[in-house]
Design a protein. Structure first.
Length: 419
């Protein structure tokens, strides 16, 4: 019991910055970026290895693109970046001794992981390494499932890669494993041993759940679903339906800044994080549709970030209910009402059973007049138009209650205890 509690306490400490950071950038960048047909293109089109491998030599990268990502992440209000050091295609973006199929030996002739790490440090962002366990290039990457000697070799390779990543770049904040095909159990991957090595090399690191062990956090993908109480989670979302660079999209295929704000609301309400992806162009530059949208999200966060960053409490039912004009997040006795459908100068909320002490708009210090009857709060003195302009058009009202906020509406017009 003592060890368990100690472990939980260590984890809480290790993860505090991550919980408070809320918002990170995912970067999918590799040989596949040159083709622009999704990072699974090698598998989906069954491209022969002899045809795919030359992409390692044709890959040309501009000068330190990671600085552009980091600058943009910072402007977007993101606090960390997770970059693909090796995706399923097997090409390593760092200076590895495990294979020559890497960015230092081939095309770019540079350690792209080192550049990424340097850029994050320059811009004050935490650093995450994505690493795909599945490997379509390594000769034992599939054979390992039915040949013990191949499994042994493949695990040596895998551990070698992870050891280098955890040893050669200073402090790394997050290890983000992906797809553990084809070995069917953590025992066969020997994940516990590998993660113990990782924790010895990087004692404060946060590890995700994709090495077939739960470790520190869950990773819902392309949907925002809170984990069970007490379990940390991070929703990873594409910007336009593909993780890797995908030029064949329409403008409306990209999540709008307003939609990203809404995702942030959903993650915050469930106490989770949002890891939003960009798939840079082959040369590393950020696709234009992502730039303006992320800048708008950053401007929004500058004004309304109080509702997002820091330690939050779940806003889930039965504490707080759904409302037609917006949705809630919560920090202790403060409720944040994210109003995305602005009704004009007055706004009403039913069912609050706690005493409202103060109402204000985030970004302005002025207290708003309000009335509170047993079944309804009416807030007045609001601007006629949504004070948050386009493109986000989501203003946040802060409602400070005297005690833990509790809202009860249910399905009926009267609550059973009221009649
Ligand atoms: C996946 C996909 C992959 C992507 C990732 C992001 O499992 O295979 O291409 O990198 O999830 O979460």
């Amino acid at each position: 019991m003592e060890t368990y509690d100690q472990g939980a306490q260590d984890r809480a400490q290790r993860m505090q910055w991550w919980h408070e950071a809320r918002f990170g950038m995912f970067v999918h960048w590799g040989l596949y970026s040159q083709l622009g047909r999704h990072e699974w293109v090698m598998n989906r089109e069954r491209i022969p290895l002899a045809e795919y491998e030359p992409l390692a030599d044709s890959w040309q990268v501009k000068d330190r693109p990671a600085r552009e990502w980091a600058r943009l992440a910072k402007a977007a209000g993101m606090q960390y970046i997770v970059m693909t050091t090796k995706h399923h295609e097997g090409f390593c973006l760092w200076d590895t001794k495990q294979t020559d199929y890497n960015a230092v030996r081939r095309g770019p002739k540079r350690d792209l992981v080192q550049e990424f790490v340097d850029a994050c440090r320059e811009f004050g962002l935490k650093i995450g390494f994505y690493y795909s366990l599945m490997d379509w290039h390594h000769p034992d990457g599939t054979l390992c499932v039915k040949d013990e000697a191949a499994r042994y070799r493949f695990l040596e390779f895998t551990r070698g890669c992870v050891r280098e990543l955890m040893s050669n770049y200073g402090r790394i904040d997050i290890l983000w494993y992906d797809v553990s095909w084809p070995l069917e159990s953590p025992e066969r991957w020997e994940s516990a041993v590998m993660n113990q090595m990782v924790r010895e090399l990087q004692p404060h690191i946060i590890i995700n759940n994709r090495s077939q062990l739960p470790e520190d956090f869950g990773t819902p993908e392309e949907h925002i679903t809170a984990a069970e109480a007490g379990r940390a989670w991070e929703a990873c979302m594409t910007f336009n339906g593909s993780w890797g660079y995908m030029p064949y999209t329409l403008d409306e295929d990209w999540h709008s800044a307003r939609a990203v704000v809404s995702m942030l609301r959903q993650c915050t309400a469930g106490g989770g994080n949002l890891l939003l992806n960009i798939g840079p162009k082959p040369d590393g530059s950020v696709p234009e549709p992502a730039i303006g949208r992320l800048q708008a999200v950053g401007q929004w966060l500058e004004k309304y970030g109080e509702a997002v960053y820091g330690s939050v409490d779940p806003a889930s039912h039965p504490q707080l209910e759904w409302m037609p004009l917006g949705q809630f997040t919560r920090k202790g006795n403060a409720v944040y009402y994210w109003v995305s459908r602005w009704p004009g100068s007055a706004l009403a909320l039913g069912g609050f059973q706690s005493q409202l002490v103060r109402a204000s708009l985030l970004g302005s210090n002025t207290a708003l007049p309000f009335t509170q009857e047993p079944r309804r709060i009416v807030i007045q003195g609001l601007p006629a138009d949504n004070p948050d302009g386009l493109p986000t058009a989501t203003a946040v009202l802060k409602l400070e209650f005297a005690s833990e906020p509790l809202q009860k509406l249910g399905a009926g017009y009267w609550l059973p205890e009221e009649v």
